[in-house]
Design a protein around this ligand. Structure first.
Ligand SMILES: [Fe+2]
Ligand SMILES: [Fe+2]
Length: 403
């Protein structure tokens, strides 16, 4: 269960915060001052947020903020300062400069709920909302077995081959992918054992994940086909862009394939609402994540990264899925590799959207920041033009191959 740390020497305040947290699905740890808080922070539980009073005996909430920032800068980004109605100018300046969230006393339930939801998409408020309203599918059984074998140190190729071949559709799709432009094996791959030795365990792991998420697309209708087409396009574009800037090509391909998996989960959970939502995207030229947040209170990027966590995707992959629409506001905790991969996926997504890949028609009006992303990744116009025209050719070819 998600946890809060409450630092306050006023038992009435800790009591009420604990109660509100409970309603919102959080368990709370209480500390009367820094000494107790420090012990709690050293424990195993990662905290979703810290609530801390401004005036404590012998110390201040701002000093505690600085100490937490030294220990864990990500957590400092989820620090909430509780103050009285009046805050003096000096303190207010520090709060602004350090971008600390503030809740003034007396607060109510809505204040606490709002501040928890204002934290990034990974914040527990959103997480709980998703978990309450969307069923996240489990990893299919065959995939679980394959992933498990790959994670062990002494797995023999034969063992892995046997596990893959236990499922004929997985076998077919895996060979299809191994021979596609994503993985660019040097020779054509005709058997699973060849695939395993040519591509390596890591690639097989990625292919297994990609193939398994495709099973979420059932029942396969027009919308699902379009979503798959979009993921395919973004994947190929991401691989091309990653090659251009010498970033990991295979990781980019996989991130592209999986970036919008959250849409599939949302669509499977509420097909009628999601179909309606997809129609509004097409007609009103507003991005999916904007309408999703209006309708559901969260977007597909959050759902996708949560599914990724559940399925054991790497942190890099989960991070890129999480940030592919939120690249303008990276949280302090995200590393450079996550940032770069998110930008690659975001640019590929913007390109495919403009070209109408995964949509009924081209969507030039729906600008997802293509120019800005191209600039951030340092790709000049001439090179970008070449990448785009090569991508269009590869996409047509791969689309025939896969669909
Ligand atoms: Fe997306
Ligand atoms: Fe997308």
């Amino acid at each position: 269960m998600a946890r809060l740390l409450i630092i306050d020497d006023d038992p009435d305040i800790t009591e009420i915060l604990d109660l509100y947290g409970d309603f919102l699905g959080y368990e709370a740890d209480r500390a009367a001052g820094w000494q107790e808080a420090e012990k709690k922070l050293a424990g195993k539980h990662p905290y979703s947020a810290v609530f801390c009073d401004l005036t404590l005996q012998g110390t201040s909430g701002l000093q505690i903020f600085e100490r937490i920032n030294e220990l864990d800068s990500g957590l400092a980004g989820r620090f909430v300062l509780l103050t009285g109605a009046f805050v003096d100018e000096g303190v207010e300046r520090v709060i602004k400069a350090r971008k600390i969230r503030l809740v003034k006393k007396p607060f109510n339930f809505e204040d606490i709920k709002a501040v928890l939801q204002s934290m990034d998409g990974r914040a527990e408020g959103t997480r709980n909302l998703i978990l309450q309203s969307a069923k996240l599918p489990a990893v299919p059984l065959v995939a679980t077995r394959i992933l498990d074998l790959i994670s062990r140190e002494n797995t023999a190729i034969e063992e892995l081959q046997e596990a893959i071949m236990a499922d004929s559709s997985l076998t077919t799709r895996m060979l299809q992918m191994a021979n596609s432009a994503f993985f660019r094996a040097r020779q054509s791959v005709d058997t699973i054992s060849e695939a395993v030795s040519v591509l390596g365990f890591n690639t097989i792991r990625s292919i297994t994940l990609a193939v398994s998420t495709r099973d979420i697309y059932k029942p396969f209708g027009f919308l699902e086909e379009k979503l798959w087409e979009h993921n395919l396009g973004v994947s190929l574009a991401a691989a091309a862009i990653a090659s251009e800037i010498r970033s990991g090509r295979e990781e980019a391909a996989i991130a592209g394939l999986l970036h919008d998996t959250g849409k599939l989960v949302m669509n499977c959970n509420q097909p009628e609402r999601y179909l309606f939502l997809a129609q509004s995207v097409q007609e009103e030229k507003v991005p999916f994540h904007t309408i999703e947040t209006e309708v559901f209170g969260f977007g597909h990027a959050e759902v996708g990264s949560l599914l990724g966590e559940k399925w054991g995707f790497s942190d890099l992959l989960c991070g890129a899925i999480m940030h592919h629409h939120g690249w303008k506001n990276f949280d302090k905790g995200a590393g450079d590799d996550v940032r770069e991969l998110s930008l690659i996926v975001a640019l590929s997504d913007a390109l495919c959207t403009r070209l109408g890949i995964g949509y009924k028609s081209p969507m030039p009006e729906l600008d997802l920041g293509e120019k800005e992303l191209q600039r951030l990744l340092g790709i000049e116009d001439g090179r970008y033009g070449e990448i785009v025209s090569r991508f269009k050719e590869t996409f047509l070819h791969e689309k025939m191959h896969f669909m």
